[in-house]
Design a protein around this ligand. Structure first.
Ligand code: ZN
Length: 175
């Protein structure tokens, strides 16, 4: 396979609750590779399987410490069946989505999260995340439940146009 087409808002696959992955096999590993390649090509910070039309619970995330000072090292995640087991605090920031091109909006989310998942070698993963990384992981897990970021915006909070490339901070990278 390789790079795949990113599904856009209006596509029913983005509104479906994705199926749990029961077994990590070559098909799942290939899906993770395709997601990774598609995210990289789109310049995204994260991507969830439904965004390439596959309704299964798999996400990828790539964030560098320059974008998120809560990170000591680059964060590169491929998470199977990720779930948030704990959330603390509140944080609001601008977000965009590769499935909703050209727009961004202010989205309230938890400030810190604990996430459990399985990696591609079928080992358990447990992560404590804050900052931009925590935000992107919450955004991607939402995709697995058919939730898009405008659903989480406060009533009356406007969708804004994306700034032109060049004037855009790193953190405006989308998921
Ligand atoms: Zn998104």
């Amino acid at each position: 396979m390789g790079r795949r087409t990113i599904r856009l808002e209006g596509d029913p696959v983005l509104r479906r609750r994705a199926a749990r992955i029961e077994r990590i096999d070559d098909e799942v590993r290939q899906l993770a590779e395709d997601l990774w390649e598609t995210m990289r090509h789109a310049g995204g910070a994260g991507l969830a399987a439904p965004q390439i039309g596959v309704s299964r619970r798999l996400i990828v995330v790539e964030i560098d410490p320059e974008e998120d000072r809560t990170l000591a090292a680059p964060l590169r995640l491929r998470l199977v069946n990720p779930a948030i087991t704990r959330s603390r605090g509140d944080s609001s920031d601008l977000e965009g989505c590769l499935s909703i091109p050209g727009l961004r909006g202010e989205v309230p989310r938890a400030a810190r999260i604990t996430v459990v998942a399985t990696d591609l070698d079928d080992r358990p993963v447990r992560l404590d995340l804050a900052g931009w990384a925590g935000r992107i992981v919450q955004h991607e897990i939402d995709h697995l439940d058919g939730i898009l970021y405008p659903d989480r915006m406060l009533p009356g909070s406007p969708l804004l146009p994306v700034l032109p490339a060049g004037s855009r901070p790193h953190r405006s990278r989308r998921g």
